[in-house]
Unconditional design. Structure first.
Length: 370
């Protein structure tokens, strides 16, 4: 009789714990990866943030070639800068983000946000912050040689202001079931990738500014803690890039490994990705290899290197954009040694809205079981 009563009490306590603490939280506390209630899976459309390449993400007039309505995609990845959303201290413009969520939800798509500080930091948030002047190394604004101020990744004032902004985003959007992922950023520069300007002259600048690997790693530790708290129902992703070679090149791999390990402390929320997938990606590429190796352990994925429609040679099939995209999809979906493949692929909007790409997108969707 006593054993039956004891068993009943154990079951009662366990049931109560499940009600009070969702499975994701319990598994997080136990240090084990879990499956989210809302899956992060499939192909996501990545919008353009270059003003000279205006995409169709906000154009809902064409139901066939529309980034939201495309039946072969599962999500929308929206990128914009911190300055675009909070141009003045405490004064926000959520209009673009609201448009993304409204159209995504209307069409049954999940949403990822990539909100970019670094070079995308508003002027007001630069006040009193240690900065270094750099040319933008890639992406929007690159190639001009113009020097722009970049907050150093470890500056406490900069990080505090950025984290305040991140928490505002969390308070506004973390409760939406369509919101599946946000890119972790802060100790970053031109994007949400963990990249910093790294030319020989840039390295000298960083050394003069007092850069150390430990300062950089500590900034990521703070960042992950804030994102995990602000977005309890979402994944936060780390997009890989080599660390700075200070004091020597061994720090390139060491820094990445240390930052990855920090993310792995949040197995139910952490997503690991490599931005730069093409048909030519191989295991010689650190990011490609590491992402594949972690598939099945945490959420993983790839963003394409560029648009195959616009740069087919760069994607692996010069003059044949559909073939370039298909080969790149196949490369990204190769299973690892345990038979696991990545959870998501992020494909640029020009490829999603091109008519001749639709058979390739259908093929890609089929690999995810859609």
């Amino acid at each position: 009789m006593q054993q039956k009563v004891f068993l009943f009490l154990v079951l009662l306590v366990t049931s109560s714990a499940l009600l009070l603490f969702p499975a994701a939280d319990m598994a997080h506390n136990a240090g084990a990866a879990v499956t989210h209630q809302f899956a992060l899976s499939g192909i996501s459309t990545v919008n353009s943030i270059d003003a000279n390449r205006v995409g169709r993400l906000f154009d809902t007039s064409n139901p066939t070639l529309n980034a939201y309505a495309n039946p072969n995609t599962s999500g929308v990845t929206f990128r914009t800068s911190w300055a675009d959303v909070e141009p003045e201290d405490g004064k926000f413009d959520f209009s673009k983000i609201e448009t993304v969520f409204a159209n995504a939800e209307k069409n049954g798509k999940w949403v990822e946000l990539i909100l970019i500080p670094g070079f995308g930091t508003p002027a007001w948030a630069m006040q009193g912050v240690q900065t270094v002047q750099f040319a933008i190394p890639y992406g929007p604004g690159s190639g001009t040689g113009t020097l722009r101020p970049l907050p150093v990744p470890w500056d406490s004032i900069y990080l505090s202001r950025w984290f305040t902004f991140v928490k505002v985003i969390g308070q506004r959007y973390a409760g939406r079931s369509s919101f599946r992922k946000i890119a972790a950023a802060g100790p970053t520069s031109v994007s949400a990738e963990m990249s910093l300007p790294n030319s020989p002259n840039d390295i000298s600048q960083w050394e003069s500014a007092g850069y150390t690997s430990q300062k950089y790693i500590d900034a990521w530790r703070q960042t992950f803690s804030v994102y995990a708290s602000a977005f309890p129902h979402q994944y936060f992703s780390l997009a890989l890039f080599p660390g700075l070679p200070i004091p020597d090149r061994s720090q390139e791999t060491y820094t990445r490994e240390q930052v990855i390990n920090l993310g792995l402390q949040y197995p139910s929320q952490f997503a690991l990705e490599e931005d730069g997938l093409s048909a030519d990606s191989s295991n010689k590429n650190y990011g490609y290899r590491v992402v594949r190796d972690h598939s099945g352990q945490v959420a993983t994925g790839f963003m394409m290197n560029t648009s195959a429609t616009q740069r087919s040679a760069q994607m692996g099939a010069d003059g044949d954009p559909p073939l370039a995209l298909r080969k790149s999809i196949d490369k990204g979906m190769e299973p690892n040694s345990t038979g696991q493949h990545v959870n998501f692929l992020e494909i640029y909007e020009p490829d999603v809205t091109a008519q001749d790409m639709q058979p390739v997108l259908r093929y890609g969707a089929s690999l995810f079981g859609y």
